[in-house]
Every structure is written in C-alpha cells, then in structure tokens.
Write a protein that binds this ligand. Structure first.
Ligand code: UD1
Length: 370
C-alpha cells in the first residue's frame, strides 16, 4: 500500500497555496496525495468559483463543517478530521496559512503522531488580538516541516527556538498561482462588465473582525473611502462576513449612497486577479492581497496597524495605513501613478515555490523511509 499524505484546505486563501503544491506532487507516483476540504468556506463565491478558476480537483474527502464560533468551528473540524486520520493513517498532514482549519488539523495530526508540514510557516504579526496570529503560533509549535515564504519567517522561527533543520525556505506558493493564471486573467471580462478603465479605479476588500465588527471603526474607514470615491471608482467585492455586519442598518445605507463606490459579490479568482492587476491602487485588510499586489507591482494600502508580511513593505508595494481617516486619505493622495515605480519582488516569489515545497516534502518523507 502506498503511504498517504493528506493536504488540508478550508478557507479561500488556502486554495491558491495548495493548488501549485498538488500540481507539483502529481508526479509523485509512490505516494497517495489526498485533498481534504474541511468545509469552513462553503458558498459559491468563496469556494466553488475559486476551485473552478484554479483548476483544483474536487476534494477527495469533504468534512462539511460550515460556519460557527471559533471554538465550534475548530472543534467540529477536529472531531471530523480525527476520524479521517484514524481511518487513513497518513504519513503526513500538510496544512496551509493561518485559518481555523489549519490549527484544527495540525492539532489532530500532532496528537495522532502524524508529521505536520506547514505551508507559509513562520509569519507573525505579533498581534494576538488577531485570531490568525493564534492559529499561526499554535500551528508552528506542532509543525515538523516548516515551508517558509521569506527570511523574516525563518528569523521568527529561529527566535522561537525552532530547529533550523526542519525549516525549508521554499518561497511563496500563492505567487505561483498569480503567475500561472495572470495571462488568462488579463483576457477576462471583468473590466468591461464593471465599466472600468485600466488604472482608472481602486479596488477595496474588508473582512477582518477588527475592521468590520465594530461599526465605529467601519464608519471611520468609510470616511476615507468616500474621499477616494470622489476621485475615482472604488470597486468593493463584499465578503459575506462584512455583508452580515453591515446588515441593513445605517452603515449599509451609507455604503449604498457613497459616491463612486461600486459593490459586487465576492469575485472568482481570475476576475479578482484581473481587477487587481489593472487597478490604480488596492485598499485591503487581507493578508494574501498584500502579497499579490507586491508581485503585480500595484500600490497597496493595508488598513491595519501591523502585518505578518513585512517583506511586502520592505521589498514590495505595500504601505500600512491603519484605520484613521486622516492617515488613509494622506496615503491615498501620495500613491504614485501605476508604472512610475520600478517593481521589486522578494527572492523566491518566482512562480516555482510549488515544486520546491514538493521536493521538501519528498525529502522529509524519504528520510523517514516513507
Ligand atoms: C477566514 C479566515 C481568514 C481569511 C478569510 C478569507 C479564520 C480564523 N479566518 O475568515 O484568515 O482571511 O477566511 O475569506 O479562519 N460565510 C459565508 N459563506 C462561507 C463562509 C463563511 O457566508 O462560505 C460567513 C459566515 O457567516 C461566517 C462568516 O462568513 O460566520 C465568517 O466566516 P469564517 O470562515 O468563520 O471566517 P472569515 O471571516 O471568512
């Protein structure tokens, strides 16, 4: 019987990281690589459309857990995944990023004595009020093979006492997905469909609890967005979490009436990539978008006080602008026009991180005789 490796995805940002790894592992004939979907993200916009665009195969195992509080969601994933691990007895579980599915499956695997590989290990925002930071820290305490995207991640792990023998800097797998889909995305219909001019609009995403759960913070962000909307169209694909928080109250009315603001459903991967690539600037509180804008050379204003991806500032196009309207407006006014700044791309964000990660997994398992 060939040994089994379980690759876990749960939420939208996992899919772009796992797709290039699974592609690179397709030639590993000696082992069985299975895709497990926890079901954390389940709706058409956050799940099906992205799977389709990335050409990800249907999951081999689907846990179907759905939404819930952090404890509920994490616990449901653990209970279901424990059964899968008991049945399949994998040699390794591969988790990605920092979502609840990541921590849940890492805990189950570690307790079952199964090796854990973590894609995007070592990132730290040093802000434990972010649920993702807790997920990163706990996952990395339990990881055996750390697949890191950048030198800052390696340094964080070294500072936490991780043995460097288990750390392999493979680069950024999300960037593989950008490069392999960009040409196709550029030919897409999104600009025309939304009536947008290349480099003539801004793109906005918001979903962090710290930004959308408190109406006072959300309202202050809107002050700045209204300023931008008077200058250019602002396209705003609304995450379900944000849609729920806006409800039908005064915030929703203000968003609906804001000048220049164009709301859409969450977009597919290709359409969103096309819109990023052709935008004048991106405003976001996402993690992955800070990375995608860096490799696309698009100015990114991050609506947070900190980032677990500092390399997008030092070697990319990202600026941390916090949530105060004055600071965001000043940053918007200071954005350089597209094409006037030479792009910088961090080392190993080159579209070949998937094969490097696959090689690291192969070498790790081979050392264990698997
Ligand atoms: C999760 C991740 C976050 C990531 C984001 C990308 C955690 C802790 N957070 O946040 O790191 O940046 O995904 O989208 O794992 N919902 C739907 N349909 C879905 C999924 C969710 O309507 O398919 C709604 C539900 O009302 C749910 C809310 O969105 O309560 C939040 O979903 P959840 O997966 O808990 O976290 P996200 O905020 O999406």
């Amino acid at each position: 019987m060939p040994s089994t490796v379980l690759h876990v995805v749960g939420a939208r940002p996992n899919f772009m990281k796992m797709a290039p790894l699974l592609r690179a592992l397709a030639s590993d004939a000696g082992r069985e690589h299975l895709l497990v979907h926890t079901g954390q993200h389940y709706d058409e916009h956050l799940n099906d459309a992205i799977f389709r665009d990335l050409g990800l195969r249907a999951p081999d195992i689907h846990l179907g857990v759905g939404s819930g509080s952090h404890a509920e969601q994490t616990a449901k994933i653990m209970v279901s995944f424990e059964r899968v691990v008991a049945e399949r007895r994998p040699a390794m579980v591969v988790v990605a990023g920092d979502v609840n599915s990541t921590i849940a499956c890492a805990i189950v695997a570690a307790k079952a004595g199964v090796a854990v590989a973590h894609v995007e290990a070592g990132l730290r925002s040093f802000d434990r009020s972010m649920p993702e930071e807790i997920n990163r820290i706990v996952t990395d305490r339990l990881t055996d093979l750390y697949l890191t995207p950048s030198p800052d991640a390696d340094e964080n792990l070294a500072r936490e006492g991780v043995d460097p023998a288990g750390v392999v800097r493979v680069g950024n797998l999300m960037v593989d997905s950008v490069f392999s889909n960009l040409e196709r995305a550029r030919k897409g219909p999104a600009l025309e469909r939304l009536g947008l001019q290349r480099h003539g609009y801004a793109l906005l995403t918001l979903h962090r609890p710290s930004n959308v759960d408190d109406p006072a913070v959300f309202a202050r962000l809107l002050d700045a967005i209204e300023h931008l909307g008077r200058r250019m169209t602002v396209v705003f694909p609304v995450h379900p979490r944000t849609r729920a928080r806006m409800g039908e109250g005064p915030l929703a009315a203000r968003v609906a009436a804001a000048p220049g603001l164009k709301l859409t459903e969450p977009l597919g991967y290709l359409e969103f990539l096309q819109l990023q690539d052709a935008s004048a600037m991106v405003l976001t509180d996402s993690g992955g978008i800070q990375e995608e804008t860096t490799v696309l050379g698009v100015p990114c204003l991050t609506l947070r006080e900190n980032t677990e991806r500092p390399i997008t500032i030092t070697e990319g196009t990202n600026t941390l602008v916090g949530t105060s309207p004055e600071r965001i407006v000043a940053a918007i006014d200071a954005v350089a026009p597209r094409g006037t700044v030479a792009p910088r791309i961090p080392d190993l964000w080159d579209g070949h991180a998937g094969p490097r990660a696959a090689a690291a997994i192969d070498a790790f398992l081979a050392r264990r005789g698997v």
